[in-house]
Design a protein around this ligand. Structure first.
Ligand SMILES: Nc1nc2c(c(=O)[nH]1)N[C@H]1C(S)=C(S)[C@@H](COP(=O)(O)O)O[C@H]1N2
Ligand SMILES: [Mo]
Length: 213
């Protein structure tokens, strides 16, 4: 499917499900699987039809916006930051969930400490090398399990899953985690990202089944 048709189809899906009276379910399917999700053993790939190839030499992530110290990290600078690992479950809005993903990389809170956001900063806008974007309230980014991941299950994040580096926000639907991340921008006002302007929820809490806006 072409990129435009895929995007249009996914947007239409959100619109149709809203029009047909989709209502969030209150109760999780079990203690671990959020409502309306089913478990997958594999690891599906969701992208816009482009998997940008970024060599580690050319790679950088910029952290900017309302911060005291805007900083751009190249690959070796990023690798020199404190590294953490986190085990989490992964929930995609298209109803699949994957348990027990081990992500390694730099905690969002580490970048936060380096760039020193100003008091007005309340939202974060992520931009990716494939043109993708997504937005998250700062308070959700400050959870200890939010990472800019460079490894998955002990190996470099494969290109199709967003390498060299991708954002992981386990408590939100996975579209809030930008693959191929290129810039992280602190904002005073919220600014909707790629899927958020196309009918997907801004808050994206899988436990409240916040799929659509
Ligand atoms: N840059 C970028 N990040 C992205 C996407 C994308 O198309 N481009 N898709 C999002 C969606 S909808 C999901 S479900 C997850 C999928 O991650 P995966 O391909 O590793 O399963 O990445 C999210 N981050
Ligand atoms: Mo998704």
């Amino acid at each position: 499917m072409s990129k435009e048709r895929y995007i249009a189809a996914k947007q239409k899906w959100a619109e149709k499900r809203v029009a047909s009276g989709f209502r969030p379910r209150a109760e999780p399917a079990d203690g671990r699987l959020p409502p309306g999700q089913r478990l997958t053993e594999g690891f599906p790939v969701l992208d816009l039809g482009v998997q940008p190839e970024i060599s580690l030499d050319a790679w950088a992530v910029r952290v900017d916006g309302l911060v005291e110290k805007p900083t751009s990290f190249n690959w070796s600078q990023f690798g020199a930051l404190p590294q953490v690992e986190d085990l989490s479950d992964f929930h995609c809005v298209t109803t699949w969930s994957k348990y027990d993903c081990t992500w390694g990389g730099v905690a969002f809170t580490t970048l936060y400490e380096v760039v020193q956001p100003k008091a007005e900063a309340k939202f974060v806008y992520f931009t990716s090398y494939d043109g993708y974007s997504t937005n998250v309230a700062l308070e959700h980014c400050l959870d200890g399990d939010v990472l800019i991941a460079t490894s998955f299950d002990g190996a470099p994040v494969p290109r199709e899953h967003g390498g060299p580096a991708r954002v992981i926000i386990p408590k939100l639907y996975a579209w809030k985690g930008a693959k191929f991340v290129k810039a992280i921008t602190f904002l005073a006002e919220d600014k909707l990202g790629f899927w958020e302007v196309r009918g997907y929820s801004n808050s994206a809490d899988p436990w409240k089944e916040e799929r659509y806006a």
